[in-house]
Design a protein around this ligand. Sequence first.
Ligand code: PLP
Length: 459
Amino acid sequence: MLMQASPPARTVQLFDRLREHEFSRLDTQGHVYLDYTGSALYPASLVALHGSSLQASVLGNPHSVNPASAKSAKLIERARQRVLAFFDADPEEYQVIFTANTSAAIKLVAESFPFNTGSRLLLTADNHNSVNGIREYAARAGAKVRYVPMDNSLGLMNLDKILSRENPVTAASLFAYPAQSNFSGVKHSLDYIDWAQSLGYQVLLDAAAFVPGSPLQLSAVRADYVGVSFYKMFGYPTGIGALLARRQALAMLRRPWFAGGTVDFASTQHNIHQLAPREAAFEDGTANFIAAQSVINGLDFLQRIGMPQIRQRLGRLAGELIGAMTQLRHGNGAPLVRCYGDPQLDYGSSRAFNLLNSNGKITSYEAVEQAAEQSNISIRGGCFCNPGCAEAAFGFAAETTRHCMQTLDGHRFSPARFALCLGQSEVGALRVSLGIANNHRDIQRFIAFLTSFIEVSKQ
Ligand SMILES: Cc1ncc(COP(=O)(O)O)c(C=O)c1O
C-alpha cells in the first residue's frame, strides 16, 4: 500500500495517501487524534497483514523443538535482527531483549544494575516515572542519587557544566535521561551520552517518545541501554517493547532472580541455577511470539515511509500547530494559550500547554479535556507521569510541595487536593502530540476548537 520513500516534493501526497488508506477511520468518525505520545494509531494494513499471516501459520510456545515451536523461535530471532537493523545497531555490539514495554525494559536494567555504596545515579528532572523509579533500586544499594534540574524553558539546567565538573566515577554508575521529553516534547542532546560515558557512567537512554518521530542510529549514538515501546512507534500491537543493550553493558548486569526460559538449568535439590547466555537470561517466561511478526511488519512500514521524512513532516505540522496556537488572543489582546518551554529549543511533534482566560488565569485542564472529548478530539491532560517537568513548568516551590506531600500523607492524592494545598489553581497541563496520521485539517479543527475558549469582550 505504501510507496517507496518519496523525495520531499512528493511527501505531502504520500502522507495524504496514508491518511486515506491507513487511517480513514479518523475521517469516518470525525475524530481528531492528537495523542501520539500516548500511543501511535495502528495503520489498517498492519492489522490486516498480521491477521493473514497468523491465519496461515502454526505458531507454538518457542521453548521446544517441535515444528510449531521452532517456527516461533525463528520468528523471534528474525524480529530481533529487524530491530537491530532498524536502529542501525551492529549485532556484534548490541543485543535485543524483548520486553512488555519501555517501563519493563528500564526495570530490567534498574533491578540488575550493580549499584553499591560507591555508585552514582544521575537522573534528569525531566524523566518519565518509569525512569525515576530506578532511584529506588539505587538508593536501596546505598548509591548516591542526584537530579540535573531544569530551567524555566524546560531545558536541562547546566548539564554540560555538571558533567564537566564531575569527577570520573569509581564504581558502577548510571546516567539516565530521555531522548525526548514526554511532557514538553523537547529533544535533549544525544551528545550527553559520549560525555557521560567518558566519565565512566553507563548511559540509559529512554527513547520511548523519541523514536516514533525521529531516526535513532545506534552506530552513532552508543547508549549502553535503550528502551522502546513498539505501540508508540506503529500502534500495533501493545504489550511488546525492547531493551537494546550493548553486549559489554549487559554482561555487567546481575539478574536478581531467574524464571522459566532464563536458565540453562535449575535444581531444587541443590538450590542452584545457571542463567542462559545473552538475551535469553533477561526474557522471563514465554516471549510474545504472536507479536514478533507484527514488530517486523511495523518497522518495515515505518522504513518504507522513511524516518527522516516522518521527522520532517511532523516538524512542519508541529510548527504550523504551535504557530497558530500561540497567535490566538482574547478580545482584550491577552493570549489564550501558554505553551511550556522555550520556542528556541528543538521540540519534536508534541507540546504541553494550558489555556488562559482573558485575565491570564489558567483554565482548568480537566474542563478543556472534557470539552475536547465533546468535540471528538483526543488530547491528554495531567502531568503525563513526568513530575519533574510539571514542577518546573508550574514553578512549584520545593518547600511548599514538601509540605503538601506531607499533608497529603495517608490520603489518596488528587490533583484538586494538591492544587488547593499549594494555593495554586492548576497543577496539570494539556498535551498535543502529532504522528503520521495527522494532517492540516486536524490542525484547523483543533485551532477552531481552541477559539471557542476566546473571550470576545474587550474587558
Ligand atoms: C518518555 C517515556 N518514557 C517511558 C514511557 C513508558 O512507556 P510504557 O508505558 O510503554 O512502558 C513513556 C510513555 O508514555 C514515555 O513517553
